[in-house]
Design a protein around this ligand. Structure first.
Ligand code: AMP
Ligand code: ZN
Length: 124
């Protein structure tokens, strides 16, 4: 898609700090992190927004979500359970959808962000 910044990242026309790539997905570090770890997971096939997704997108949406805990583990923000069952760590997963949802880049992306607090807010 012409003039889409994330399509340009997929095409390696602009640089990004890529942390994962396969045939369908790319994940890279957010340029303006809201938390100690802030990654974006995108489909390689351009779709502008979650609001443009249909049932046909369910497989790729599932793959995007399923990638989140793997990336979280690789980047040290996974949920850990201590000897007494207490949990620590963790992260958020977020789709901003449309103007009122705070979406600024119109190529579908899943935010995966977390790590030790404090974090700043994300979206408007
Ligand atoms: P959203 O508001 O959900 O559309 O989020 C777009 C995100 O893309 C923001 O968190 C930006 O910091 C991030 N972003 C924009 N341009 C780039 C880029 N060139 N490389 C990495 N992240 C970017
Ligand atoms: Zn795109």
């Amino acid at each position: 898609m012409d003039n889409c910044i994330f399509c340009k990242i997929i095409a390696k026309q602009i640089p990004a700090s890529v942390v994962y790539e396969d045939d369908e997905l790319l994940a890279f570090k957010d340029i303006n992190p809201a938390a100690p770890v802030h990654l974006l997971v995108i489909p390689k096939q351009h779709v502008a927004s979650l609001s443009d997704c249909t049932d046909a997108h369910a497989p790729v949406l599932g793959k995007m979500l399923a990638l989140a805990p793997k990336l979280a583990a690789e980047h040290g923000i996974a949920v850990k359970t201590g000897p007494d069952g207490e949990r620590s760590g963790g992260y958020k997963t977020l789709f901003n959808v449309g103007p009122d949802g705070g979406q600024e880049v119109y190529h579908l992306h899943l935010h995966v962000y977390g790590g030790p607090r404090p974090w700043r807010g994300l979206g408007t």
